[in-house]
Write a protein that binds this ligand. Structure first.
Ligand code: CA2
Length: 156
């Protein structure tokens, strides 16, 4: 009798985690190290890949300066086989009802990530549309915020 394929997320399948970075995060490591640290986005991707390997997760990192691209990636994440999403939406965190709607619309859990702690910064950063829909938020730990968020995604 032919055997059926394993169900998604079985022990035999590596869970895939999508890491999305929003506007200006491609500049990390070049400016404002006092706020965002000196790690580049490539450094963070390397950290996540290494920790992901330890946790048995496959990590894919993407960055876009365009809100619509972030929305498309969120909408496609489930059909692309990802189990959850880590999202640092940059300044769109504080402005984008479209991202809030997308996170609510998709079935996958989204964890909000920030390098800095927006609640300790200017008033306009205190509102987070992403945080209204995310299952969890990790912020204020610099590059380590992403690693902690990945560990939480592993536990989901
Ligand atoms: O702390 C975070 O991760 C933020 O999401 C970063 C956003 C900011 O708008 C959020 O309030 C908090 C800004 C990302 C800009 O990144 C830069 C990196 C280097 C130089 C300049 C900007």
């Amino acid at each position: 009798m032919p055997s059926s394929p394993p169900p998604p997320h079985s022990a035999t399948q590596t869970r895939r985690i999508l890491v999305l970075n929003g506007p200006n995060l491609n500049l990390l490591g070049t400016r404002e190290p006092a706020i965002y640290g000196s790690a580049t986005l490539a450094d963070i991707a390397a950290l996540l890949e290494a920790r992901g390997e330890e946790l048995g997760l496959e990590v894919e990192c993407r960055q876009s300066n365009h809100e619509g691209v972030l929305l498309d990636w969120l909408q496609q994440a489930e059909s692309e086989g990802f189990a959850s999403v880590l999202l640092n939406a940059g300044a769109y965190t504080h402005t984008s009802i479209a991202l809030l709607d997308a996170i609510r619309a998709i079935a996958l859990p989204v964890i909000e990530v920030h390098l800095s702690d927006p609640s300790q910064r200017e008033e306009f950063r205190h509102l987070s549309y992403v945080g209204m829909a995310a299952v969890d938020t990790v912020q204020g730990l610099g590059a380590q915020s992403y690693v902690v968020a990945l560990e939480r995604a592993a536990a989901l």
